[in-house]
Write a protein that binds this ligand. Structure first.
Ligand code: PLP
Length: 404
């Protein structure tokens, strides 16, 4: 008789964004004329850059010719893309990362969720609180946590590293032994960054405790301040203890194309085993990776034209972020983020829950955001707005919020 993976049952209810979609659907059904503006879900709205579209067309044509057709992609990804990533994202910043340490994938979400599979189920995980929910969810499903405590709103057996106004939303080192440490900077949802000396302390902790840091740098391209690290490999010794994932989704609008990558350095060896070799064996290597045409599109992001166009898109979203930050300040809210990340994290009025604020904003302003508690227990009391809307909708949303 087949049995189910009971760990899945530990996950409370629906995924955060399904809960939001359901609430918005109910609202729109009962208010059919309401003009709802979505600044909630983190999807982008601007079309793909023309340099990338051209590369896509050319790659599609190649697929139709016997002599340029491409079948299964190589396990690590095509070298034209891995070489560009190693050169432009790492070596140009002084990080000694080679192309054969880069694994191209269909996005950072799969990598962030699947990386835990190469570790034993007895590892204790530590996560930023609040943070992108995928890390915890994947570890729950793998059986690396206890039950969900509905009162505390947290899973037993997980170390939650609080990110609060007091610590500038950058966590302290774990007090207990943490084996797998998930860090996400620039952070979703707070929009906060971590300073290099703070990050170095995590690297030193990991080397001392035999831990591995899983560093999610999906929003690296949004960093605008000079003293903020773009990669964990800017820290000394990080190659011996850290894996880094990145995404083309928010950098170049690939949410629908699907492209990301993970760096597993050769120096990363646990229990005498190279993690790079373990990750190379991960299931679905050939099928999970990105198709040739998408990898060609990714290569075009690193061309001079592609780079300039993508930079313009990021500037567009960051102008939205500025409009949101200033609009919230005018409306009397305290808000964070939006300088090195496309997320704005606002403190909601005393006495309200973040879901209560969600309902109020939808009802009074017809604006959809994301309740902070969906990102972890310390997200309660906060609310996330994203800069990924159109300019027009961002301006209209802020006009409505000011009028509440
Ligand atoms: N990592 C973080 C922190 C994210 O916020 C997201 C998407 O919202 C992802 C990863 C997923 O990226 P991808 O679209 O490449 O799967």
């Amino acid at each position: 008789m087949a049995t189910i993976n009971k760990n899945y049952l530990k996950l409370p209810g629906s995924y955060l964004f399904s809960g939001i979609a359901k609430s918005v659907h109910e609202y729109e059904t009962s208010h059919p004329d309401a003009d709802v503006i979505r600044l909630g879900i983190g999807d982008v709205t601007q079309p793909i850059a023309s340099a990338v579209i051209r590369a896509l067309h050319a790659a599609v044509d190649e697929m139709g010719q016997a002599d340029t057709f491409h079948g299964y992609a190589p396990d690590l990804g095509y070298s034209f893309l891995r070489d560009a990533i190693a050169r432009e994202d790492y070596q140009a910043r002084g990080c000694d990362i080679a192309a054969d340490e880069i694994f191209v994938s269909d996005g950072a979400k799969s990598d962030c969720g699947n990386l835990q599979e190469i570790f034993g189920t007895d590892n204790r995980i530590a996560v930023c609180d609040p943070v992108y929910p995928v890390y915890v969810d994947a570890n729950v499903m793998a059986g690396r946590t206890g039950e969900y405590d509905r009162v505390e709103q947290r899973f037993q057996g997980v170390t939650y590293m609080s990110c609060t106004e007091d610590n500038g939303f950058a966590p302290e080192l774990p007090e207990e032994q943490a084996d797998l440490i998930y860090l996400c900077f620039p952070n979703n949802p707070t929009g906060a960054v971590i300073k290099k000396d703070q990050l170095q302390r995590f690297v030193d902790y990991a080397r001392e405790h035999g831990s591995v840091i899983l560093y999610d740098a999906a929003y690296e391209a949004y960093i605008s301040e000079d003293d903020v690290p773009h990669s964990i490999y800017e820290c000394e010794g990080a190659q011996e203890c850290a894996i880094e994932s990145r995404s083309f989704s928010k950098t170049a609008g690939f949410t629908g194309l699907r492209l990301g990558y993970t760096v597993v350095p050769k120096k990363l060896v646990i229990e005498g085993t190279s993690l790079r070799d373990l990750w190379a064996r991960r299931h679905g290597t050939k099928f999970n990776g990105a198709p040739y045409i998408v990898q060609k599109a990714g290569e075009a992001v690193y061309s001079d034209e592609g780079r300039a166009q993508v930079r313009e898109q990021i500037a567009y979203y960051m102008e939205n972020a500025r409009i949101i930050r200033e609009g919230l300040a005018d409306a009397g809210y305290t808000a964070y983020g939006g300088v090195n990340a496309p997320y704005i994290w606002l403190r909601i009025p005393e006495g309200m829950t973040s879901w209560g604020f969600f309902d109020m904003l939808l009802d009074k302003a017809r604006v959809v955001g994301t309740p902070g508690v969906g990102f972890g227990p310390h997200g309660e009391g906060y609310f996330r707005l994203t800069a990924f809307g159109s300019r027009e909708n961002t301006i209209r949303a802020m006009e409505r919020i000011r009028k509440i």
